[in-house]
Design a protein around this ligand. Structure first.
Ligand code: PLP
Ligand code: TYF
Length: 392
């Protein structure tokens, strides 16, 4: 039976890890998969997380099952950061559950809207490839609109047209901040307009917030999500702690639902729970418990926020340095300065992507997406010189 299976392509982003590892050159540069790196090129465990993990080992007295919703203390502790300290559950309209990463949350959100009758998911192009992959796996139709124009700014006309074309049974997947792969985010004015358009549309928003705190700041990065939630009757929120707590492989995320009527939340979440049982039964506990211990402790919270500030400032330094290089060879690096998060796209041709790998040992996605956190004081000049040579 199993011989009937067809070969599937490897994940192109994850495959880059191996390509880079196999390159023997000492001065190779990894700008591939989206993990934060320090100025030394490391992806260390946060100090606040290390301290919380120590506490967890010392105090955890059982690993008995918690249930499909996971650690509800973790789910609640995150809410003031996501939805705002003033009204963290929007007057009883929001409830959540723990999921295995943002990916688990997206899987549940998309399966849930499908159960609710959704047929089409409207997604900007380009997007994180897993968005379309999950939709495809569930049999949901993906309807694309152009995310950004050639000027490096958001293509609002395409978004307006996409919302105008929405009908009952459509959901729209929006990146809350630090757009993957372009780094091109909506401005506050754009979000205000989007919220107004969605308020008058049958489309239900699914907000994917996988990089809160890595763009402009924890509060600033939540502006779009909060503005949309204040305007629409219901929405799903897919949250990842894997970047902003550096927990990647521990798979830490949450799914939140905002209902028009709080009385519907029990019914809505029972669907999240039954879908979780059918997929993974219960989320892994360790990372979520560590996040909870950070957020329940004032000193650890301050330490975590300071570590996040340092990451954001380092990425801003990289972005400013690339932007200052301006027109380099045949490409203009200056838009990178106004983009946010780990990623930006440099318009390399596929041949140039290969030349960067072959001639310079510099690895990034075939789309020209670079992880700016892979650049450091030690390699950024080499990178800029290589871009100049390859694109000249
Ligand atoms: N959403 C976006 C836009 C992402 O880039 C990622 C990337 O990792 C995720 C969600 C999911 O993250 P994870 O499943 O690692 O928590
Ligand atoms: O886009 C990225 O690089 C991150 C990490 O299947 C990632 O979002 C990439 C591919 C994948 C899972 C995570």
């Amino acid at each position: 039976m199993l011989s009937n299976l067809q070969q599937q392509p490897a994940d192109a982003l994850l495959a880059l890890i191996k390509l880079h590892n196999d390159d023997p050159r000492a001065d190779k540069i990894d700008l591939g998969v989206g993990v934060y790196r320090t100025g030394d090129g490391e992806t260390p465990v946060f100090g606040a997380i290390k301290a919380a993990e120590k506490k967890l080992v010392e105090t955890q007295d059982s690993k008995a099952y918690l249930g499909p919703e996971g650690d509800m203390g973790f789910v609640a502790a995150l809410m003031p950061y996501v939805f705002g300290k003033e009204n963290p559950d929007m007057g009883g309209r929001i409830e959540g559950m723990q999921t295995p990463g943002g990916t688990g949350s997206l899987r549940l959100a998309l399966a849930m809207v499908q159960r609710a009758g959704a047929k089409r998911i409207i997604v900007g192009k380009p997007s994180w490839p897993n968005h379309a992959q999950i939709c495809k796996d569930l049999g949901l139709e993906v309807v694309e609109f152009n995310h950004a124009g050639e000027d490096g700014k958001v293509d609002m006309d395409a978004l307006r047209a996409a919302i105008a074309s929405g009908t009952e049974g459509d959901a729209m997947l929006l990146h809350g901040c630090c757009h993957n792969p372009t780094g091109i985010d909506y401005t506050h004015a754009n979000w205000d307009e989007i919220a107004g358009l969605l308020a008058n549309s049958p489309i239900m928003p699914i907000l994917d917030l996988a990089y809160q705190g890595l763009g402009l700041g924890m509060e600033e990065d939540a502006y779009g999500l909060r503005t949309v939630l204040a305007a629409v009757p219901d929405a799903l929120i897919c949250y990842s702690c894997d970047k902003n707590f550096g927990l990647y492989r521990d798979r830490v995320g949450a799914l939140y639902a905002m209902a028009k009527d709080p009385a519907d939340l029990t019914k809505i979440m029972s669907n999240g729970h039954s879908l979780a049982r059918a997929n993974w039964s219960q989320p892994p506990d360790h990372g979520g418990a560590a996040v909870r211990l950070v957020l329940e402790d004032e000193a650890l919270t301050a330490q975590w926020l300071a570590e996040l500030d340092e990451m954001r400032e380092r990425m801003r330094w990289v972005r400013d340095k690339l932007a200052a290089a301006g027109v380099t060879g045949g490409v203009d690096l200056s838009p990178i300065g106004i983009q946010n998060g780990l990623f930006s796209i440099i318009p390399f041709t596929p041949e140039q992507v290969q030349e960067m790998r072959k001639n310079h040992g510099i690895y990034f996605a075939g789309s020209g997406r670079i992880n700016v956190a892979g650049l450091t004081t030690g390699n950024i000049d080499k990178f800029i010189a290589a871009v100049a040579e390859v694109t000249a």
